[in-house]
Each structure stands twice: as C-alpha cells, then as structure tokens.
Ligand binder design. Sequence first.
Ligand code: FAD
Length: 486
Amino acid sequence: MQYDVVVIGSGPSGRRAAVQASKFGRSVLVIEKGRRVGGVSVHTGTIPSKTLRETVLNLTGWRERGFYGLAYRVKRDIEAGDLMARLHKTLEHEVETLDHQFARNRVHVLRGLATFLDPHRIEVQMEADETRVIEASRVVIAVGTLPLRPPHIPFNGETVVDSDELVELKSVPRSLTVVGAGVIGVEYATIFSALDVRVTLVEPRTSFLDFIDRELVDDFVHQLRDRGLSFRLGSKVQSIQFENGQPVAILDGGRRVRSEMLLFAAGRVGATDRLNLAAAGLAADERGRLAVDPKTFQTAVPHIYATGDVIGFPSLASMSMEQGRIAACHACDNPLPAAPSFFPYGIYSVPEISTVGMSEEEVRKAGTPYECGIARFRETSRGHIMGINGGLLKMIFAIETRCLLGVHIVGEGATELVHIGQAVLNLGGTLDYFIDNTFNYPTLAEAYKIAALDAWNRMTPRREPEADVPAVLPETAELTGDAIEG
Ligand SMILES: Cc1cc2nc3c(=O)[nH]c(=O)nc-3n(C[C@H](O)[C@H](O)[C@H](O)COP(=O)(O)OP(=O)(O)OC[C@H]3O[C@@H](n4cnc5c(N)ncnc54)[C@H](O)[C@@H]3O)c2cc1C
C-alpha cells in the first residue's frame, strides 16, 4: 500500500495533520496502535481530566459556594461512579466526532503498531499477528508521550497510580499524595482537593509553575493553602512503603506522607521506543523526544516530520494541533507564514490559571520599563452576581510604546478570558484598546478594562480622551438604541 502522507498517531497533532493533508487532495493514512482514535488527549489526558474537573465542580456545587456557604453541595456522597459516568459519555462523543471527521475527509485509519523498516517504509503490526507494509512519500510522527514510571515507584494501578491509571478511578480516596507539581500534578491535586479529599503535593524543587507570573502563583498558593491543601516543596520521594495497604511516601530528610492513594505525575517520556527510529535514520534524546526544525517541524530526515508532545515543550493539545497543521501544510508544498509570537497556556486547576505573553519577571529581565494593571474579579458586577471571592487579572504594558506585553489570569473563566488578551497582544495592541473599547456588562471580561484603567492611572496620558472617538459613533449609538428598544 502506498500513501502520499502517513501519520503515526491519532492524537490532536496526528489528527490535524491528517485532515489538513487530505484537504490538499493527498492520500492519507493514520496508523493508531490504541483501540480507538483520539490519543492521550481523548483517552487519558486532556478530555478525561477536564471532564473530571467539570463533574467535580458541578456535583460539589463548587461555583455556588460563594453564595450558599462552604457546606453547600449538589450531591452529598460523590462516588467514583458519579465521576466516571460523565467521562464515558464525553469520550464516546469525542471518538464519534473524530471517526466522522476522518471518514468525511477520506482519511484512512489502520489499527496497529507502526515500526520503521526504512525512511519510506513502515510495518504495521495488527491484531492476530497480521502485518502490513506501508510506503509513504511523507511521514508525520505524532506518537505523543507516556507517563514516566521510575523503577523505585511501586505502581499497582490502585493505590499507587500514574495519570493514565487515575482516569480509571474505582473509588474516591479520602486522602491523596500527588508527586510532581507540574501542570498535570497541580490540576489533579486541586481537582481532588475541591472534592474534599485531603491532598499533599510533593515537589523536589522549592517552587513550582515557574513559567507563570509569580504574583499569580502566590495568589494561587494562598487560595490552596486556605482550603487545606498541603505542600511539601523541596522534597524528593526516596521510596514508597506500604502500611496497612496504604502507600507512605518517604521523603529525603525522613519525612513521611501517608495517604490512601498516591499519584505519581512527575514527567512524561516520548513514545518513540517501539518505532525503530534507527531504520528511518533518526534518534530520540534520553527522554524519547525528537528534535525538529521549529518552523517546519521536519526532523533530520527532511520527508519525516514530528509534531505534538513527542517534540517536547509546550506539550499542549492546543499547540500539538497547530504543529500538525503546519507540518502537513509544509509536507504538501503549501508552507505557512510564521506563526504568531504568543500562544496561551491554560492550567485547568481549581481555580484555573491562564497566561499569554511575558511574565513580570521576564519583562524585568528584558530591561523594558513597564507598568502593571490589576483587577480582582470581586470588583466586577459579574463577580458579585456569581459570588466570586477570588481571582485576578493582571496586564503588563511597556511604558514607552504602551504595548501590551502579557496577560495573566487566575480564577473562574481564566482559560476563556485569556483569548481577548491574546488577540490584542498578537495584533500589537496597546493599553488604549482596553480604555477605548466598550465591554459587555456585567461580564468577567470587564476585568480587562478595570486592569487597564489601573495601569492607566500610573502611565502618562497618550492624548486628549476625545481625540480618537470614531466619527460614526452617534449614528451607531442611535441604531443600537433602536434595536434594543424596538
Ligand atoms: C492528564 C493530562 C492532562 C492534560 N491536559 C491538557 C489540557 O488541559 N490542555 C492541553 O492543551 N493539553 C493537555 N494535555 C496535553 C495533551 O494531552 C497533549 O499535548 C496531547 O495529547 C498531545 O497530542 P499528540 O498528538 O502529540 O499525541 P497523543 O495525544 O499522545 O497521541 C499519540 C497517539 O499515538 C499513538 N501511538 C504511539 N506510538 C505509536 C506507534 N508506534 N504506532 C501507532 N500509534 C502509536 C498512541 O496510541 C496515541 O494514540 C494533558 C495531558 C495529560 C496527560
């Protein structure tokens, strides 16, 4: 069998690459070793963790507690079955949508493990020992990652689990130790804490989420400590023992953390070990990752591309999709212009965090004179209506050019709200965009205007306030008024 483009892996980047190549009229095959298409994103990562989060927030009545008090619950005794029911339904919808998307775009899918025979030939080991050899003009490696499972951690799938196993939760533990305060560890630690599970977060470094603006992390940590989440920062797990069937993490210095369940979420490795990369003329690094040209996503072998988590940072489904699209465009002789400079980072913890552009620490390091503006959600009318007590939006502006440099949000809706800042940032917008534009009221997005006004108070005025009012304003205002009243 011969194809123009063969994609290995059906996660976000493989899927996007395949559909894009097919839209250019190429014959496309996706090889997927999993039982169903979708990758880590659909089956064990993004979608399961976000569905779990949504279920927890709904069933615990988390969003309503600002009004009805800390004891408010939608459901009193939340069991694993309650959490899993929504998950299974969501996954069904996701897989069905993907299958349909592949069928609609005439992307062929072959279930089996892909292994290179040479740079253009791939062997697929299917069920019942059947194998097939595929020839490809172009190849996209989109095999993603697997959880890191160090030998000194006694994984047993029940009380000591990795993040893939956690989505098969059989009962809700009363206490949980999370090892690793990266994005995955922090998300699960805070989701379980919202479920009233006693959580301890263990991290060998003395700080965490170091790529996020410090002021935001400080606010976040304050909120988490306030609700009883314990931190063991600067502590490495030496070993794990069992006492009465419960895992006890022994930290360096001898400190012990006992809990009903332990989640080990300290890293992931590229899933390249079974690809036989050497036959293709490629080699992965010590964490199984492939190096690529950051603009085209070509590997050292020009007709073989690699996209998504297998190339490392930022390891986001959102960016993986975009990388797949860019690689497919290049592979189909339709290279794209350079991607926008800034992409958003979303952390679906409780509360959620989202950020785009430079942090205050980065701006300071770059030596750019700057000013910050901050709005707290509790200052907005929408926040009052929703009973929100926490959450803030921070913007950083260059004093000289008034350009927006970064937006950092912690709190309800952060991962949605950030896109306003992203648009202004990537279009080179300034403080004045937020001052001059009208925002819907009451919304949390109004926090942008409040934060901008906060910064504006400390920055030299650009001009007379009326100077830029568009000439059409009175007419537009009249029309809008008519529309609303009529
Ligand atoms: C718990 C968790 C939460 C996350 N939350 C978010 C989030 O909120 N937002 C976000 O943007 N990102 C999130 N991510 C990251 C996101 O899941 C990944 O960035 C994304 O799945 C990467 O996509 P991918 O296409 O590179 O690979 P994957 O989704 O990992 O898919 C790779 C596919 O390749 C297949 N494969 C591997 N080897 C072979 C082979 N030899 N032959 C055939 N098939 C093969 C695998 O079976 C798999 O289906 C999260 C990840 C985890 C683990």
